[in-house]
Design a protein around this ligand. Structure first.
Ligand code: M6R
Length: 365
C-alpha cells in the first residue's frame, strides 16, 4: 500500500534510509565487522579468484559499475562489468577461478538468469545480490546477499539501487579485509562512514522542495544531459535512465571528458546539463567541463558536496549533498536525481509508477 504517498515511487524513494540501514546494520557484529551469512568465500577461495564478472541489466547494472570500482579498490581483483544481454552471447572467458556476480532486484530477469547459467556451465562460482527471497537467481547461486529493501512496486527502481550499492560496498570491504588487501584501519573508517549514510540520505530527502522546484521549472525540456567524472559517471547513467523511463524526455549520460569528442556539438542555448561534481580529486576538471558547456549556452545544474561551494561561480544552480568520502557518494548523489525524475514525471502528468512500454520484471528476451 502507498501509505499516504501519491505514488509507490516516491514512497520507495523515502524508504531508502531505512533500506540502507537494514542492509548494513543487521550485518555488523559487535566489533563492527561485516558478517555475510549467505556468502561463504574464505581467504583461500578469494586467493584463487583472479577475475570477477558483474552482470546485470538496467539499474542493477549501474549498481554493478560502482561495485566494480569498489572491488578493484579494496580487494584488488580485476572486475569486468557487463550487461546480461551482451554477456551471454559474448562467449566470455570464464573458468573455475572466475567469480560471477549477478545483481537483480527481482531475481527473475531472463537475461541475467541466462547469463548466470552460462557462467555456471563454464565453471564460475556464482554470487548474487538479490532483493526477492527465494527468486530464481537466488536459488541458482552458490552465495547470496539479500538486499533487504522490501518489495519494490514502482517500475522505476530506486531503493533497490541504493541497497544494491550498499551490498556491493559491503562485499568489496569483506573481500578486501579477508584477502588482506585492505587494512583494518581503513576498513573501519569506511564502515563508520557507511553507517552515516541513512541519516545523510534522510537529509537530502528533507530538502526535496529544491528539487521539486527545479523539476517544475525544467519539465518541458526536450532533452537533458547528465555528466560526471569517476564514480559520478556511473551515477549519471542511473540518473539519466531514471529520467527517461518515467518522463519520456530524451536524456543521456556521458563521461565529462568525452564531451569534446562529439557530444558537445549538441549543446545549444538553454540545453539542460546536470553536472555531478562530487569527486574531490576531479573537482577542478569538472569545473572546466562545466565552463565548456556554459560557454555554449547550457543551463547547468550541479550536484556537489557541502563545502565545495566554488562550483556556484560557474553553474546556474547547485544542489548540495552532505559531505562524505568520494568513494561512497553514489549512495547519496543518486537521490536528488531520483527526486528530479519523479517530479518531472508528475509535472508532465505521466503514469509515474507504470511508465509506458515497460514492465517491472523483464522475463522475456
Ligand atoms: O529485477 P532486476 O533488477 O533484474 O531488473 C533489472 C532492470 O530491468 C531494472 O533495473 C530496470 O532497468 C528498471 N526499470 C530501472 O528503473
Amino acid at each position: 500500500e502507498k501509505e499516504g504517498y501519491e505514488h509507490f515511487m516516491i514512497k520507495e524513494i523515502y524508504e531508502q534510509p531505512g533500506g540502507i540501514d537494514k542492509t548494513l546494520n543487521r550485518r555488523l557484529n559487535k566489533e563492527g565487522t561485516i558478517v555475510l551469512d549467505g556468502i561463504k568465500l574464505t581467504k583461500e577461495d578469494l586467493d584463487k579468484i583472479n577475475k570477477i564478472y558483474i552482470v546485470a541489466c538496467g539499474t542493477a547494472y549501474h549498481a554493478g559499475l560502482v561495485g566494480k570500482v569498489a572491488i578493484e579498490k579494496y580487494a584488488k581483483i580485476p572486475v569486468i562489468c557487463d550487461v546480461a544481454s551482451e554477456f551471454r552471447y559474448r562467449d566470455p572467458f570464464i573458468d573455475e577461478n572466475t567469480l560471477f556476480i549477478a545483481i537483480s532486484q527481482s531475481g527473475e530477469t531472463l537475461d541475467t538468469l541466462a547469463a548466470l547459467r552460462e557462467a555456471k556451465r563454464k565453471g564460475a562460482r556464482i554470487l548474487s545480490v538479490v532483493n526477492v527471497v527465494g527468486s530464481s537467481v537466488a536459488r541458482e547461486s552458490d552465495d547470496v546477499f539479500y538486499t533487504w529493501a522490501g518489495p519494490e512496486i514502482a517500475v522505476a527502481s530506486t531503493k533497490a539501487y541504493t541497497t544494491q550499492l550498499t551490498a556491493m560496498y559491503m562485499i568489496a570491504l569483506h573481500m578486501g579485509l579477508t584477502k588482506g588487501t585492505l587494512s583494518r584501519e581503513r576498513y573501519d573508517e569506511i564502515v563508520a562512514e557507511l553507517k552515516t549514510m541513512p541519516d545523510k540520505a534522510q537529509k537530502i530527502l528533507d530538502n526535496y522542495q529544491i528539487i521539486q522546484q527545479l523539476a517544475d521549472e525544467q519539465f518541458n525540456n526536450e532533452s537533458v544531459f547528465f555528466m560526471g567524472r569517476g564514480l559520478d559517471v556511473e551515477v549519471a547513467f542511473e540518473g539519466s535512465l531514471k529520467l527517461k523511463e518515467i518522463s519520456y524526455i530524451n536524456s543521456f549520460a556521458i563521461a565529462a571528458g568525452e564531451l569534446k569528442h562529439g557530444t558537445i556539438a549538441l549543446i545549444e542555448d538553454g540545453t539542460l546539463v546536470i553536472a555531478l561534481a562530487t569527486q574531490n580529486h576531479l573537482y577542478d576538471k569538472m569545473l572546466s567541463n562545466i565552463k565548456e558547456v556554459k560557454a555554449r549556452g547550457a543551463y547547468v545544474v550541479a550536484v556537489a558536496k557541502e563545502g565545495n561551494e566554488e562550483v556556484e561561480k560557474t553553474a546556474d544552480k547547485v544542489i548540495y549533498i552532505p559531505d562524505t568520502m568520494d568513494e561512497l557518494t553514489p549512495i547519496l548523489s543518486v537521490i536528488p536525481l531520483q527526486l528530479f525524475a519523479y517530479y518531472v514525471s508528475v509535472a508532465r502528468g505521466n503514469d509515474v509508477d507504470k511508465p509506458r512500454n515497460l514492465a517491472k520484471s523483464v522475463t522475456v528476451e
